[in-house]
Ligand binder design. Structure first.
Ligand code: BGC
Length: 486
């Protein structure tokens, strides 16, 4: 394996022009992650007021919240295919337009059907952003710092979640409640949606200012344009080597001509299943139950409503802060040890939550936990967020950006991210019913998935730290036995 060690990772710090450029481009692409986090969480502060305003039933309210996730799944798959055809930038712009229009539409919404339409449109934008950012970052990042740069996507997602919670809280407080009128005769909940136009506009403008992915250009035969962009990202000592390696990998890809995701493993190529399974494990540990339903959890532990909201904000800050652990470690210790450690922390903490809820009294909204189990559950839930946020949160996005061959990267990433949104939808809509039936079993199931995620990574995920993007894909190919004998 021709891993060049000529350029050390410290050639790509903020002090070097190459480092600064790669970090700058990755930050620009990661604004999509901010919108992803923001648009998926902004409904939290608005939902009760929306329900009151349109007199929605409980079921319809749940549908209005969850339908965006289905839009996300469609957006991810469509964006994957389009980004291989149009390039990464045009798809970024499409995402920005969808975010912009749906933020205004949701703010001015006058009936339930049009609200559903804007939610789906915003979902399409989120789905698009969830695919374009990891693909773009992986393709412009120097291999030495690719893991850290790809983790910026997760940092942006978590900042987006925090930004939405904060902006919702500020607007609701200023108006004295989300349902109260704020400015220009519009209620606070409408302003919550409208705020999304600001990051959407920034994202749209950025799509005109950043260069197209050089790897995408090269795959379309635009060698000179690709070289010009690479020469600003890779030091001269690595430039020719990078261009040659890439060209031969792309040439081999072209001969292969197989741009289809279909393959021998249950109808798909094995690598596509790897992406899908990583995505599903990331969701089946139940992370979004903590983000979407945490207030109920904290109330069970004994906090009143306003303190519960505060704890949710604190949890979202924890989620931001621990992402730095991954950013710092991912290119030093590698992907696998981080994922494995995360799986252990999540299994233990989710197991502790399942055990705590076995001692719960009451049911439904009125569940409560006697001492010491309330404290145990509180600590365990936060350990779980730390474990996820420093490992599976960012690392799945890192791996989805780097494990697929160039010829199918967009498409395959789209399918893997689409599977993630469907898994997210399944966990989100099933939680109320499952928790009503048995909280210990619900958390026990998430703990089981965390344990299985350990086994899966230990057996099936190779280490990709420090490798060229074109080498990483070779790790996931199983050598044909017949050839080995010949
Ligand atoms: C996941 C989201 C989740 C977020 C929490 C992301 O990696 O894709 O579903 O809400 O992490 O920080």
């Amino acid at each position: 394996m021709s891993q060049t060690q000529s350029i050390p990772s410290n050639a790509f710090t903020l002090r070097s022009p190459y480092g600064r450029r790669a970090i700058g481009l990755s930050l620009a692409a990661a604004v999509g992650g901010f919108l992803f986090g923001f648009d998926s969480s902004v409904i939290n502060g608005a939902v009760d007021a929306v329900q009151g305003n349109f007199e929605l039933s409980q079921v319809l309210t749940g549908f209005v919240v969850a339908v965006a996730l289905l839009g996300c799944a469609v957006g991810a798959v469509v964006a994957g295919a389009l980004s291989d055809r149009w390039g990464r930038l045009k798809v970024m712009l499409l995402g920005a337009v969808l975010f912009f229009v749906s933020s205004i539409g949701a703010a001015l919404t006058f009936s339930v059907p049009d609200l559903i339409l804007w939610r789906v449109m915003s979902g399409l934008g989120i789905g698009i952003a969830s695919v374009v950012a990891p693909a773009y970052i992986a393709e412009v990042a120097p291999r030495q710092i690719r893991g850290s740069l790809a983790s910026l996507q997760q940092l942006a997602i978590t900042l987006g979640i925090f930004g939405a919670l904060l902006s919702d809280a500020l607007l609701a407080n200023t108006a004295g409640g989300a349902a109260n009128q704020l400015w220009l005769g519009m209620e606070a909940w409408r302003w919550m949606f409208l705020v999304g136009v600001v990051p959407a506009a920034v994202y749209g403008i950025l799509s005109f200012t950043v260069p197209e992915s050089p790897r995408y250009l090269l795959s379309k035969g635009k060698r000179d344009e690709a070289k010009a962009i690479f020469s600003r990202l890779v030091p001269p000592a690595d430039l020719d080597k990078t261009m040659n390696e890439l060209s031969s990998a792309i040439e081999a890809d072209r001969k292969n001509k197989n741009v289809s995701l279909r393959g021998p493993v249950l109808g798909l190529q094995g690598i596509v299943w790897t992406g899908i399974l990583l995505s599903m494990f990331q969701q089946f540990v139940g992370i979004n139950v903590i983000f979407y339903y945490s207030t109920t959890l904290w109330k069970a532990v004994g906090f009143d409503e306003s303190n519960s909201l505060l704890i949710s904000v604190i949890t979202s800050v924890t989620n931001v802060v621990v992402t730095f652990v991954a950013i710092f470690l991912v290119d030093r210790v590698g992907r696998k040890p981080i994922l494995l450690t995360g799986s252990v922390l999540m299994t233990v903490s989710l197991g502790a939550m399942a055990l705590s809820f076995a001692f719960a009294t009451g049911s439904g909204e009125n569940v409560s936990l006697p001492a010491p189990w309330g404290g145990v559950a509180l600590v365990a839930a936060n350990v779980f967020v730390v474990g996820f946020g420093a490992s599976w949160g960012p690392l799945v996005w890192v791996l989805l950006g780097e494990i697929f061959p160039s010829r199918i990267r967009g498409k395959a990433l789209g399918v893997a991210a689409g599977a993630q949104w469907i898994a997210n939808f399944a966990i989100t809509v099933s939680f109320p019913a499952m928790s009503g039936w048995s909280l210990p079993l619900t958390y026990g199931m998430y703990a089981l998935f965390a344990a299985l995620s350990f086994v899966y990574v230990a057996l099936r995920i190779p280490e990709t730290k420090g490798m060229e993007l074109e080498q990483t894909e070779t790790l996931f190919v199983r050598k044909p036995k017949a050839k080995a004998k010949a």
